[in-house]
Structure formats: structure tokens, C-alpha cells
Design a protein around this ligand. Structure first.
Ligand SMILES: *Cc1c(COP(=O)(O)O)cnc(C)c1O
Length: 412
């Protein structure tokens, strides 16, 4: 995924938007020209509390999913004290926003300058790696520090994930032994981490990965102090209703308890998507209709990167009063730029009479949506307001996601 984290260049803001609205319909009433981002701090707070209370270890937030300082503050206020950062800019952002937070630098390929600044300027002590070369880099950049927690990233399968993270990082089974033994020599605490891929739909993914962890520990015969199961916890999207998160937690806990590790070993996770997917949505305007294609004012270079490039489906809801009583039909979207790639195939179900001048809300854009917005072609501006209503879908409510809404939203 592209990394257009415009928020990283900004000074941290305090968490307080001027405008608070009930929901998207209030925005549509104001007929804004630019897309409007709705943020729901209450939804992010609920997700954070869920992980803090129910995950059987320490959840750290994977900042790349959404680096908004306002969101970081909400997560902190609700018990998330540790942050998985993957660039020095993310480390700076977290430390500037939350000076007391702990950053863990979990990108397995870093520059020495980044490692040194993280260690000496920002107090970072936890780093991940997947090669002897990176281990050397960490030792050099920290001038042989003896207080490091070093997490060796294992390559594991992405077979249960909607988005693979299996090819780029992770040491293979054959080389894991040598790397674990060498890292053990250097580390104050030795960890093993992995990532099963994003939006993982089955707890089996974690069970299988933990078997790889077991094999690696037995093979290398090292004492392991931290097991970090990474991210990948799912959110709800049209056509993707995951099992309850508790089932993921139970599976992970059971596997962790049976590993050959010391009694005092810690369990960590790095949820990104699942902590912030429900945090934001966007209200867009239809600028033109051509058959079943809607030209809208946000797109692939805005918050809809994943919708364009990997065909991700988001829930949509027409914002019109009185409500349309037309039947839904399937639409695709063109974004505002002049680029043919700025196309979101969908299909996105909206009332068949949806037309130029209508507004609709696209939900579940808090993870890898809001974070991807660019200024390409002069677009990308727009207000952010706080909404007090429920997100269009949720994995944190008692009812199953597909029972949550009855009207013209999505057919899951
Ligand atoms: C992206 C990433 C995460 C977050 O993944 P989600 O699928 O959003 O939970 C966690 N850890 C690492 C190392 C990552 O690269």
C-alpha cells in the first residue's frame, strides 16, 4: 500500500473538532462542495477498551493504519499505551502527541539513522528484524546497547487473510534458527513476531502461525521472552463478516499457553485495522451520473485507495430526506481526478434514483482509508467533523453485523 501519511508532516493537534453532528444526514443538509470526513471517537474508544479488557496480553496500536493524532489520543485515553511504529516519522508523531507512550519499531528493514534516532532521541528499546544484516545494523546504530528487546519476525502463511503480508518480510524456517541464536546473544529480551496478513477471517491463521513459532523455538533452543502475534484482526465490511474477536483471542491464548517459553513471557499483539476501521467514514457528493457509474468527489487518490486498487468493498448509504423508496441497484464510482485508475468497481448498492447532487456516506474508512488521502490533481481537501451516531458496521456490538441495519445500507 502507498504511504501518503499527510498527517505525519503536521504538528500534533489537540483532540477537539469544532463541529459535532449527529450523522451524515446533517452534513448533507449543509451541501458541502468537498468530501467531509466523519470521525467517531466513541467507536475507536470502544474498540480500544475491548482490546485492553479482552486481549490476553498487551495490544499495541499499529500506527500506519491511521496516524491521526486525534485518534492516537482517543486510543491512549482508553488504555492503549504501546504503539507499533514502522517509520521514524511515526515514532516522532507518537512521541509528540503522547510523550509518555512506548513506541516499538516493528519494521524489519530500517535505516541506521532511523534506528539511532529512535533509540537515542525517543527512548525506543524494541525493534523487529528478519535478517542478520538488520541485527548488525541495530547493534551498530545503538552502539552495542544492552537493553534491547529484539523481535525476530517469522514468515508465516497469509492464507486466511484478505490482504497478504506474506511475501515481503519474515525469516524462513531454514534460517530462523541461526537468526534466533544470534539475536539471543545481543538482546536483553528476545521476542518472536509474525503477521498473518490483514483482515484475517479465521482464528486458525494464528493457531497455524503459533505452530511455526513452536517449531522455531524448539529448533533454536533459545529462551523467548515475548510472543508478538502481530495485526490482522478483522473488521466488518460488506461480504466479510468475521467470527467474533473473542474467538481469535481464545485461540491465541490457548496456543500461547502451550508454547515452550518461560512462565513470565509476555504476549503482545499489533492491531491496526480492528482498532480504527470504525473510526471514520466520508460523505461524498455525486457530480455526475452515467448509467450505473457515479462520478463522485473522492476516489483512489483520496480515501478510496483500497476500493480502487484491490477492489475492497465499503458500505454505502444515501443521505436524502425523505428517504428514497427506489430499489437498490449496483453502482461503480469514478473519483474526481482525470486518471482512469481513479475507478472503484464495487459494486456499491444504492437506490436506483441516486443522481447528480445527491450525497452519500461511505463507511468503515478509518483503517487504510483516511490515512491514504493525497492532494493529487488538486483534490484531497475537506473538513473533518465529529459524528455521534453509530458506524455503519461494527464488530463491537452484540448483534451480528448483518443484523445491524435494516434499510438501504448493505447486503452482507
Ligand atoms: C500493518 C501492520 C500491522 C497492522 O495490521 P492490521 O492488519 O491493520 O491489524 C501490524 N504489524 C505490522 C508489522 C504491520 O506491518
Amino acid at each position: 500500500m502507498a504511504k501518503h501519511h499527510s498527517a505525519l508532516g503536521l504538528a500534533p493537534r489537540s483532540t477537539a473538532f469544532a463541529t459535532v453532528v449527529g450523522g451524515g444526514i446533517d452534513i448533507a443538509d449543509q451541501r458541502p462542495v468537498d468530501p467531509v470526513t466523519l470521525v467517531r471517537p466513541h467507536a475507536a474508544a470502544r474498540a480500544a477498551r475491548f482490546f485492553v479488557e479482552k486481549f490476553p496480553g498487551r495490544p499495541m496500536y499499529a500506527v500506519k493504519a491511521n496516524p491521526s493524532p486525534d485518534l492516537l489520543q482517543v486510543l491512549w485515553d482508553n488504555g492503549i499505551t504501546h504503539y507499533d511504529t514502522a517509520s521514524i516519522a511515526e515514532v516522532r508523531l507518537v512521541k509528540a502527541t503522547l510523550p509518555e507512550a512506548t513506541c516499538c519499531f516493528m519494521h524489519p528493514v530500517k535505516s541506521e539513522e532511523a534506528i539511532a534516532e529512535a533509540y537515542f532521541t525517543h527512548g525506543v528499546r524494541t525493534f523487529s528484524l528478519d535478517s542478520l544484516e538488520e541485527l548488525d545494523k541495530i547493534v551498530r546504530a545503538t552502539q552495542g546497547a544492552t537493553d534491547l528487546t529484539l523481535c525476530v519476525r517469522l514468515r508465516v502463511s497469509s492464507e486466511f487473510a484478505k490482504l497478504s503480508l506474506g511475501s515481503k518480510f519474515g525469516v524462513g524456517q531454514a534460517e530462523a534458527k541461526e537468526l534466533l541464536m544470534a539475536t539471543r546473544q545481543v538482546a536483553d529480551a528476545l521476542g518472536i513476531c509474525f503477521h498473518v496478513g490483514s483482515q484475517t477471517m479465521s482464528p486458525d491463521a494464528y493457531a497455524n502461525a503459533m505452530e511455526r513459532v513452536r517449531a522455531a523455538i524448539v529448533d533454536a533452543a533459545v529462551t523467548v521472552d515475548v510472543i508478538d502475534v502481530g495485526g490482522g484482526f478483522p473488521s466488518a465490511y460488506p461480504g466479510m463478516t468475521p467470527p467474533p474477536l473473542e474467538r481469535f483471542f481464545e485461540t491465541i491464548h490457548r496456543a500461547f499457553e502451550s508454547l515452550p517459553i518461560s512462565y513470565s513471557a509476555e504476549l503482545w499483539a499489533e492491531p491496526g485495522r480492528s482498532l480504527c476501521a470504525e473510526y471514520s467514514s466520508v460523505v461524498v457528493r455525486v457530480e455526475r451520473r452515467r448509467g450505473s457509474e457515479l462520478y463522485i468527489n473522492d476516489g483512489a487518490y483520496g480515501t478510496l485507495f483500497d476500493a480502487a486498487h484491490i477492489g475492497w468493498k465499503y458500505p454505502v448509504q444515501l443521505l436524502r430526506e425523505p428517504e428514497s423508496d427506489a430499489r437498490d441497484m449496483d453502482f461503480s464510482f469514478w473519483g474526481p481526478t482525470c486518471d482512469d485508475l481513479d475507478y472503484m468497481k464495487g459494486p456499491f448498492p444504492l437506490p436506483a434514483d441516486t443522481n447528480t447532487g445527491d450525497y452519500f456516506e461511505i463507511g468503515m474508512l478509518g483503517a487504510y482509508g483516511a490515512a491514504m488521502r493525497t492532494a493529487f490533481n488538486g483534490f484531497g481537501s475537506g473538513e473533518t467533523v465529529v459524528a455521534s451516531d453509530e458506524p455503519m458496521l461494527s464488530v463491537y456490538r452484540d448483534v451480528a453485523p448483518d443484523e445491524q441495519r435494516s434499510t438501504n445500507v448493505v447486503k452482507l
